[in-house]
Design a protein around this ligand. Structure first.
Ligand code: ADP
Length: 525
């Protein structure tokens, strides 16, 4: 293997035609070839596929690539086969194959021709496949879109849950898991479920310094968007709406206002849908109004704006959707319209779901609300969500959001934060923000009653201030390393670094909060 390792750049050039590796690709591949388990967290477009395709091509045996979507698998197989003069280098294995085709795949694997075998997790459990795969040489497993393992990811697939047992049955070989979802909760889930807590973790920054983030209250939204798009005349953009009906209505509204726009959603006739997408890609149309069905696999480098007519269900989705702007490194304006009433609607929708799904959905919505209402750097907020510390003054792209380019007023809240930290410490670090707010503002709840918190000296100490003030303190203290949300319970607040220093009198700075913007939309419509 070492000879191969030494010449990785040569292999890169030979198969892919690239002269240099992107980001950490080379280290990832080297370590995989040395037999280590690897976990890759890289934003979309970072170059994840190459991290398993190249080592698969140069290793003995076949690499099994687990991937959730048949359509994506087919694209990948075609792409890999295009890299080599041989057609059987990559195959898909699934139940759509007839007997002859399956035999061909099996033969190609046995003959050492097939280097990459793409399978969906549900195919892997099929006895016939399992029995065969146990008998042949497997180089390693690649788990693509590994966030599908976690209920906290945006695309949970129950079939991914049992992957570890299946892998163990087939072969004892290295595993490389890859995802563009990097929230600490999802990362933790993936590593535990795949039994790879000792894996080498390669994480690339999720910062997109060329994207500008802005949130506006949802007032006169139609006019606002028309005005915005007119200022970007002739540039490509996407407007995301929650419902198909809204997509159609709004596309029409834009057309009536002289904007070259078309709709896209899963309910449209296939032909129209594809035609609309192609027109957007070919620049015959400037704006696509779409549901979230639009975007997967779309690689248009010069999308100049992404507007959210309705707020997304999680920050993760927001990041993915806005990530389609400015891929070429040029301008990318991300504008979202926020109305707390929309969030209430989403909450009501969640109320009909099973308990665990509802709990998770509500937590994710909480983060979204935090993002919408915060007055701190939006980039810092998003990156914190992905487990990254971002310097809002000197970081790359620091000025690129509404709050940073037009900073809100600051308010010193060191004393109030100290009081909150004392409360958290004295109550044993076991409550979530919502319950702490109940104590601070002196409002009884099921939790305050069951822990008899009404009798505590802290009960109601902050009732002179609005709940929102305390929410802001808790939220910003979390982002500024005073508090941390526990991963297991996803929400219980624990005191960390700066928080401990304050309690021990060692914190010499002051704690400032940006006064959160009020989203009082009573004047709307
Ligand atoms: P991801 O799966 O992380 O979204 P892809 O694997 O689709 O990313 O890669 C994104 C793009 O980057 C592709 O067009 C790919 O060809 C390109 N790419 C990957 N590695 C390199 C490299 N070393 N040099 C140049 N381009 C690369």
């Amino acid at each position: 293997m070492s000879a191969k390792k030494a010449n990785l750049s040569g292999e890169l050039k030979k198969y892919f035609g690239f002269s240099t590796f992107k980001g950490q690709q080379e280290q990832i591949i080297e370590n995989l070839l040395e037999g280590k388990d690897i976990f890759v967290l890289m934003p979309t477009g970072g170059g994840k596929s190459l991290c398993y395709q190249l080592p698969a091509l140069i290793s003995e045996g076949t690499a099994i690539v687990v991937s959730p979507l048949i359509a994506l698998m087919k694209n990948q197989v075609d792409a890999v086969n295009g890299l080599s003069s041989d057609d059987g280098v990559a195959h898909v294995l699934n139940s759509s194959l007839n007997k002859t085709q399956t035999k061909q795949v099996f033969d190609d694997i046995k003959n050492g021709k097939t280097k990459l075998l793409y399978v969906a997790p549900e195919s892997l459990i099929k006895e016939e496949y399992l029995d065969f795969l146990k008998e042949v040489k497997i180089s390693f497993f690649a788990i693509d879109e590994a966030h599908c393992i976690s209920e906290w990811g945006h695309d949970f697939r129950p079939e991914y849950r049992n992957l570890k047992q299946i892998i163990d049955k087939i072969a004892n070989v290295p595993v490389i898991a890859l995802t563009a979802t990097a929230t600490p909760k999802v990362q933790d889930d993936i590593q535990k479920t795949l039994g790879m807590t000792n894996a080498l973790v390669f994480k690339e920054s999720f910062n997109r310094p060329n994207l500008y983030y802005e949130v506006r209250p949802k007032i006169n939204i139609d006019k606002e968007i028309v005005k915005f798009i007119n200022q970007k005349k002739g540039k490509s953009g996407i407007v995301y709406c929650l419902s198909r009906r809204k997509v159609e209505e709004f596309a029409q509204l834009l057309q009536v206002n002289g904007i070259n726009a078309l709709p896209y959603h899963a309910g449209l006739d296939q032909k129209i849908r594809v035609a609309n997408q192609d027109k957007f890609l070919m620049e015959e149309v400037d704006v696509i109004v779409a549901t979230i069905a639009f975007g997967m696999g779309i690689d248009k480098p010069d999308v100049r704006f992404v507007i959210h007519y309705d707020f997304p269900k999680s920050l993760e989705s927001y990041y993915q959707e806005t990530g389609r702007a400015g891929r070429d490194g040029g301008e990318g304006y991300c504008l979202a319209f926020y109305d707390p009433k929309d969030i209430e609607k989403l909450e009501k929708f969640l109320a009909q779901k099973p308990v665990s799904e509802r709990e998770i959905g509500l937590q994710l919505l909480n983060e979204v609300v935090g993002y919408a209402e915060t007055s701190m750097s939006r980039r810092q907020y998003i990156l914190y969500y992905f487990g990254e510390n971002f310097d809002p003054i000197n970081g790359d792209g620091a000025k690129m959001c509404d709050n940073s380019s037009n900073p809100p007023k600051l308010h010193e809240a060191t004393k109030d934060l100290k009081k909150v930290l004392e409360l958290i410490k004295d109550t044993g670090e076991k409550f979530k923000a919502k319950d702490l707010i109940s104590v601070i503002s002196g409002k009884e709840s099921a939790v305050t009653k069951s822990y008899k918190l009404e009798q505590s000296t802290y009960f109601g100490f902050g009732k002179e201030q609005k709940d929102n003030y305390w929410k802001t303190i808790l939220r910003q203290a979390t982002v500024q390393n005073f508090l941390q949300k526990d991963i297991e319970t996803y929400g219980v607040l624990k005191i960390i670094e700066n928080g401990k220093d304050i309690l021990e009198g060692k914190f010499k700075d002051k704690f400032f909060i940006a006064e959160d913007r009020e989203f009082d939309l009573s004047q709307a419509k």
